[in-house]
Design a protein around this ligand. Sequence first.
Ligand SMILES: [Zn+2]
Length: 155
Amino acid sequence: MPKKSLKKPLKKCCMCTRRPVFSIKTVYCRFCSYFSARISNERFPPGVREKLVDYVRRYDFTCAYTGMPLDVFDYKSPRFLEFDHVTPGDPYDVVITSSWVNEMKADQTFKEFRRSIRRLYLNFMKGIKIKNIKLAHWFRLCPPLISKRKSLHLP
Ligand SMILES: [Zn+2]
């Protein structure tokens, strides 16, 4: 019987350039191994997982909106890595971002989010009042089902 060839441990993680976990089987460093486990647990539609891996390969673990470095392990940290749907409700458009940016963005599209931040800035720095905010995906206080019923004049 032919002997099984033993694989040499890799010198680099296959997703980033860090040192891989000390094991023959693993191809990831501890960051990427945790990240890869998380993206396979999230049940993303096909293609999204590859897109996220590609993003990490290019930009490492940084926020897609702000570019700040993310915390991969500590879920209590405000910089903890989270997945965000750029357009709320669109399962194919997913990026990684920090916990607090995700919390601030909430149910807004990226364009709306940028506009709100700008409005807040103008309000804080120059005292310009904020008026008439209409958000396309914000249904927290009034779910779409109820608003549809009201518009159809149903009891
Ligand atoms: Zn890695």
